[in-house]
Design a protein around this ligand. Structure first.
Ligand SMILES: [Zn+2]
Length: 216
């Protein structure tokens, strides 16, 4: 019998953190400058940005664990590797009914999608928020993009979220990659264009569509 494990630790976390600490800094610093006196130091802003990224990861994992608990699926830890980069995955038992498998595998992305809607809410645009919020948001976007890449190439550990979603919904994994990439791209656009209604509703539409796949 095949093991329907699921990967839950986002794929290239090491690379993500390296990326966020360099390229992300510019983004962390964007926004309305505060008066010089109460502006945190550059080091503090970077630390807050990285803490936001780590919180994004914790929220993604927590969502899987909540879904595991809701279905009484006992999670476990497993060492896996992605093209030579070792990391740990939180796994759940194989052989769950498809809708449970689908929910557990999707939960991390559902959580990210909800966070992004909150972070992009029009009354307080992301650019006016601090580096912590930008760190969470950047983690969410990069994680979706990394997973979409893995899904398009159908590569990476067998435990990856996109494979669990694809198998349980009987949809080609590349479509799952597209369903992740589209809102990530739209949300990145929205962070620079908070007034864009078409982008907001297109993104929400795809996110809802991904949840609706559960009826398949
Ligand atoms: Zn996950």
């Amino acid at each position: 019998m095949r093991d329907w494990w699921r990967i839950s630790t986002p794929i290239i976390i090491t690379a993500l953190l390296a990326f966020t600490s360099s390229a992300g800094v510019a983004f962390a610093q964007a926004g309305t400058p505060a008066p010089a006196a109460d502006r945190p130091s550059q080091a503090k802003r970077i630390a807050l940005f990285l803490a936001g990224g780590a919180t994004g990861l914790a929220l993604h994992e927590s969502a899987h664990l909540v879904a595991d608990a809701a279905f009484g699926a006992k999670p476990g830890l497993k060492k896996v590797d992605f093209h030579g980069i070792p990391f740990f995955a939180i796994t759940h038992p194989s052989g769950l009914p498809p809708r449970k498998e689908f929910t557990i595998s999707s939960a991390g992305f559902w959580m990210q999608h909800a966070e992004n809607e909150w972070l992009l809410s029009p009354h307080r645009p992301l650019r006016d928020r601090g580096p912590f919020a930008k760190g969470v948001f950047t983690f969410n976007i990069l994680t979706s993009v990394a997973y979409a890449g893995a899904a398009f190439a159908k590569t990476g550990p067998v435990e990856r979220d996109t494979r669990g979603i694809a198998a349980s919904s009987r949809v080609d994994e590349r479509w799952i990659g597209a369903l992740l990439l589209a809102p990530a791209a739209l949300d990145a656009w929205r962070s620079f264009h908070p007034e864009s209604k078409w982008a907001a509703w297109s993104s929400r539409g795809v996110k809802i569509g991904m949840v609706v796949l559960i009826v398949r």
